[in-house]
Write a protein that binds this ligand. Structure first.
Ligand code: HEM
Length: 419
């Protein structure tokens, strides 16, 4: 086999089942930081049975300066033209549906809709959640340590964001399991254990989640409460309420973005610390390190590996000519290991400062939930760090097959007795 044939395919979801192909991204940054990547044909299941589906191919932007340059020019690299997700919308109706989602909008509509909830996510508003986040994290860690065993993903990393999200939205805590299932099915679309590439199941998940949201919205309009569901269901943009479709889409984006990402940050962070005992012990000894450590773990894990843009006109990026309509993929996971920006980029350094990682993106779509994600991760690490030296992994660490999120499905282990 030629060396080229042995290269991992950065576009294929299965590649990530064994880990992020960091060596291949390093090669791409070195040799061709903006390069054309053909997409593999992937099996999908739909009403008409199994079919092969192949994307258009894309320009992979892998350097830090390339990702920053494209993110800062949303008028040239649009989120709205074809959406911000790697798979191409199959029909005009699919594209129209996708455009109801904040992440798939361009200005001016994007800024109008985003303004609706910015107040909920300011640093001040998030600080007000500190005590309840701390109580959840304390309870979860105490329960796991008492039982002496846990799956870090299911029992800790998934639970904390789901509990916080249920509180924020004003939903019964037991409904968090619905949110969990819906987001697994949507984000895990390519993973055989979750979505399994089944287009109909994907649509059914949307439908079920939307029905649920509409019922809660109707209740909140009848009897408003001090929660995010009420805000979304009753607020007006330009003198009119969000339509049902707009409301449901915004709600679902918050549900998915607010739990998957933070789950993968926490479980990826724990795995990184378990693999590096010196850094792990340093964190448990010195809690003042937590803010910098959280940023470094965000860089290290990069829970969302990429988002997509579409060129609005013929242009140039990193010395390459990009044609109007071309798909351009911003690989945050690669930019975050760019040695031109990060000294010793392949080493986890919990005290790294400055740390201009791009894990929350950049520009007008910069993550709305960044402060919340930081608070949750820091709080969980503060609770968990003192116990990590006694944690032994007891089973296989299972990774999600996804080219979008860098995720673990399972990290089982037990707490050994103190010596
Ligand atoms: C570690 C956790 C998280 C990571 C790594 C992350 C990552 C990102 C990234 C990279 C974007 C940019 C999208 C783009 O450029 O097209 C984004 C946008 C967004 N995130 Fe997060 N996110 C996290 C947590 C959260 C949380 C907790 C919430 C809400 C509860 C949230 C809500 C959103 C929303 C609504 C957007 C869309 C913003 C827009 O289009 O204007 N995220 N996130």
């Amino acid at each position: 086999m030629s060396p080229v044939a042995q290269r991992p395919d950065v576009a294929h979801p299965q590649t990530y089942g064994v880990g992020v192909p960091h060596a291949e991204f390093a090669r791409m940054r070195r040799d061709e930081p903006v390069c054309w990547v053909p997409e593999p044909a992937l099996w999908r299941r739909g009403g008409a049975g199994r079919m092969l589906s192949q994307g258009s191919g894309f320009w992979a932007v892998t350097s830090h300066d390339g990702v920053v340059a494209a993110s800062r020019q949303p008028e040239l690299f649009s989120s709205g033209r074809k959406g911000a997700f790697l798979p191409d919308p199959r029909t005009t109706a699919d594209l129209e549906q996708a455009r109801q989602l904040l992440v798939n909008m361009d200005a001016p509509q994007h800024s109008r809709i985003r303004r609706l909830v910015t107040a909920v996510f300011t640093p001040r508003a998030i600080r007000a959640l500190q005590d309840s986040v701390a109580a959840h994290a304390h309870h979860l860690v105490r329960r796991a340590v008492r039982r002496q065993e846990c799956d870090v993903v299911a029992d800790l990393a998934a639970e904390l964001p789901l509990l916080v999200l249920a509180d924020l939205l004003g939903l019964p805590r037991e409904d968090r399991h619905l949110l969990h299932r819906w987001s697994n099915n949507l984000v895990g679309f390519d993973d055989p254990e979750y979505g399994g590439g089944d287009v109909e199941a994907y649509r059914r998940t949307f439908f079920e989640a939307f029905q649920y949201a509409l019922e809660v919205a109707a209740q909140r309009r009848r009897s408003p409460r001090d929660d995010l569901m009420t805000l979304l269901a009753t607020s007006e943009v330009d003198g009119r309420r969000l339509s049902d479709r707009e409301f449901c889409s915004f709600w679902l984006l918050l549900v998915v973005a607010g739990n998957e990402t933070t789950r993968h940050l926490i479980s990826g962070a724990v795995l990184a610390l378990l693999s590096d005992p010196a850094q792990r012990d340093r964190l448990s000894r010195d809690g003042t390190l937590l803010p910098e450590a959280t940023e470094e773990l965000l860089r290290w894990v990069t829970p969302i590996m990429q988002f997509r843009r579409t060129a609005t006109q013929d242009t140039e990026l990193g010395g390459r000519s990009i044609a109007e309509g071309d798909k351009v993929v911003l690989w945050y996971v690669s930019a975050n290991r760019d040695a031109r920006v990060f000294d010793d980029a392949d080493t986890l350094r919990l005290d790294r400062d400055p740390n201009p990682h791009l894990s929350f993106g950049m520009g007008p779509h910069f993550c709305l939930g960044a402060h919340l994600a930081r608070l949750e991760a820091q709080t969980m690490l503060r609770e968990l760090a003192p116990h990590l030296a006694r944690f032994e992994v007891t089973g296989p660490v299972v990774r999600l097959e996804s080219n979008f999120v860098n995720g673990l499905k399972s990290l089982p282990g037990r707490f050994t007795s103190p010596r």
